[in-house]
Design a binder for this molecule. Structure first.
Ligand SMILES: Cc1cc2nc3c(=O)[nH]c(=O)nc-3n(C[C@H](O)[C@H](O)[C@H](O)COP(=O)(O)OP(=O)(O)OC[C@H]3O[C@@H](n4cnc5c(N)ncnc54)[C@H](O)[C@@H]3O)c2cc1C
Length: 169
């Protein structure tokens, strides 16, 4: 989330990587949710939920609140919105909220990650803007970043230019 701030400390022009807060709550419902329940996403993109162990559900209001980089925490309003949207589409009873948390999803303006040396200063290497896919893409992104940093052969077929800073300069 701090990628632009770090770049500026190194006198590198920022790329306008924007962090957005997303909220998640874990709820107990009655009757409990079946383990085989698939990920359920509102067609209008206003919520999603999926089962967790013990019949619990993970629920998000699909929020995307622009925020400065920070140690993100869930806002009561987003938690209430999540429950309201959930209760409009299911007839489960919400017994209680067991956990709630929030994190930052940081995006470059075109929503693709930024991986590679800065086109104006080769001494600075970007690995940022993993957005909402930073966990799933981590193994491949790490291999690509390592190959670019160490100037080794690319580990798989990929066009690194798609992720370079050139696209913004
Ligand atoms: C609710 C939610 C759901 C998501 N779902 C998915 C998903 O299903 N699939 C997917 O692929 N991605 C998902 N993501 C996105 C994914 O979490 C991010 O892309 C990824 O975590 C980014 O990795 P990162 O290492 O850049 O940053 P982070 O994972 O945010 O790591 C930064 C770390 O730095 C630490 N830190 C911050 N400041 C300091 C400091 N001053 N000193 C020391 N440490 C510090 C923080 O505590 C944190 O541990 C989701 C994100 C959110 C918020």
């Amino acid at each position: 989330a701090w990628a632009d701030e770090i770049a500026q400390l190194a006198q590198i022009r920022k790329l306008d990587i924007q962090p957005f807060r997303r909220t998640m709550i874990q709820i107990e419902v009655a009757p409990s949710a079946p383990a085989e329940l698939p990920l359920v996403v509102g067609l209008d993109g206003s919520f999603y939920f999926k089962p967790d162990a013990g019949g619990r559900l993970w629920l998000s209001p699909h929020d995307e609140i622009a925020t400065p980089p920070c140690d993100a925490a869930p806002e009561e309003l987003e938690v209430a919105i999540a429950l309201d949207r959930f209760e409009q589409v299911v007839d489960w009873n919400v017994v209680r909220i067991e956990r709630k948390w929030a994190g930052l999803r940081s995006f470059a303006p075109d929503r693709k990650p930024v991986i590679g040396r800065d086109s104006q200063n080769e001494q600075f290497f970007w690995l940022a803007g993993q957005g909402g896919f930073g966990i799933q893409t981590a193994p491949a992104v790490a291999q690509l970043a390592a190959a670019l940093l160490l100037q080794r052969e690319l580990p798989f077929e990929i066009v690194p230019a798609l992720y370079s800073t050139d696209r913004f300069r």
